[in-house]
Design a protein around this ligand. Structure first.
Ligand code: ZN
Ligand code: ZN
Length: 386
């Protein structure tokens, strides 16, 4: 009987699921990855860009490729009721990064045991995809700043995200944009506080905030080409201490997303201008700041074709017709530095409507072999093709 080397993956995945760690706090997760790599006899470098780990299989030649997985969890209270549910209250692998980490270990295992290829494969275990957490920046930027691409030279880089609602084990490859550029919008409106019954002695920041909120809806509706995707959502409003006081300050926070950098920048400029001018019109000081948190994840054409061909040749069903999503992904930063592609792999139907970042979400262990096989197949093809 031939033992399936990937049979161990569900136990690894469930261990990681039970022990989730927040962005930039992935100490034990990285230690787990290093322990498994040691057992596999695969050399690795820990501490790359924080808790990042880079493992390397070097078989000579001048070709090289990177495969990347993220390792962090989210500040969400798990509600799956699973036997391997999070043992850390308020922290949960609700985005399936436990599955990504495990899939990449599986791919390393498959490539280690396959003598048919030559070149260098770097396995990039990245921290802090979901944001900086208590750290200073997201993990892709930290690893790049720590010399990822110079210390571990790679011609191309690929990554894969589990996708609920897509048939289990089906691989989706986009040509061009996959996920959006994202930024945080923070608006501060300063007026003059006073009695609710004497508004003429105040400069009302709350009323101005209402106008700003409504006017910002015109950015997507009137400043962006209807054929270009973008979204402006204001999600937090903070103001006031008493129902009979007009407060001095209102803050609004939200998000701006766009699939193209020029659309993002144009929308950001309109948000700043509209806020400022409505403030001026209503005699308050209103300022908007738009920070850039993730670059758009845009597949390179040749690498998207390569990934789709590799997945199909590995026997996996491939879809090329899925629309991008306006969610963000920090792998976009890596695709700005090296050609590559970002794939989705179907997690199967969303159980009870639990999509990514839902407290009921769980990575589907049944797709681990497909995900590992897919990543390994892409690496082989990337090293073989010119
Ligand atoms: Zn996520
Ligand atoms: Zn994710």
């Amino acid at each position: 009987m031939i033992r399936d080397p990937l049979a161990v993956l569900p136990a690894w995945r469930q261990h990681l699921h039970r022990h989730p760690e927040l962005s930039n706090e992935e100490r034990e997760t990285a230690a787990f990855v290093c322990a498994r790599l040691s057992e596999l006899g695969i050399p690795f470098t820990p501490g790359v860009g924080g808790h990042g780990v880079v493992a390397t299989l070097n078989r000579g030649g001048n070709r090289s490729v990177g495969l990347r997985a993220d390792m962090d969890a989210l500040p969400i209270m798990e509600a799956t009721g699973l036997p391997y549910a999070s043992a850390t209250p308020g922290v949960m692998h609700a985005c399936g990064h436990d599955g990504h980490t495990t899939s990449l270990l599986g791919a390393a295992m498959l490539l280690r045991d396959d003598p048919s290829w030559s070149g260098t494969v770097h396995f990039v275990f990245q921290p802090a995809e979901e944001g900086p957490g208590k750290g200073t920046q997201a993990g892709a930027l930290s690893m790049l700043a720590d010399g990822l691409l110079h210390r571990f030279p790679m011609e191309r880089i690929f990554a894969c995200h589990n996708w609920p609602g897509l048939e289990a084990g089906t691989v989706a490859v986009h040509s061009g944009p996959v996920m959006a550029q994202g930024g945080r919008v923070r608006i501060t409106i300063d007026g003059h506080a006073g009695h609710a019954a004497m508004p003429h002695l105040t400069r009302d920041a709350v009323l101005a905030a209402g106008h700003v909120l409504v006017a910002l809806q015109s950015v997507v509706a009137r400043n962006v080409d209807p054929l270009d995707a973008s979204v402006v959502s204001i999600c937090m409003i903070e103001a006031g201490q008493a129902p009979n006081q007009i407060p001095a300050r209102v803050t609004l926070q939200g998000t701006l997303r766009a699939l193209r950098p020029d659309v993002f920048e144009a929308a950001a400029a309109r948000i700043v201008a509209i806020t400022q001018h409505i403030g001026a019109a209503l005699d308050v000081r209103a300022e908007a700041e738009v920070t850039r948190s993730v670059a758009a994840t845009v597949n390179h054409a040749a690498e998207a074709e390569l990934a789709a061909a590799a997945a199909a040749a590995a026997g996996l069903p491939v879809r090329r017709d899925l629309a991008p999503t306006m969610a963000g992904e920090d792998f976009g930063w890596m695709l700005r530095e090296r050609p590559g592609a970002y794939l989705w792999i179907g997690n199967g139907p969303a159980q009870d409507g639990a999509f990514l970042h839902n407290p009921g979400y769980d990575f589907n262990d049944a797709i681990l072999p497909a995900a590992a096989t897919c990543l390994a197949a892409i690496a082989r093809r990337a090293l073989a093709e010119g």
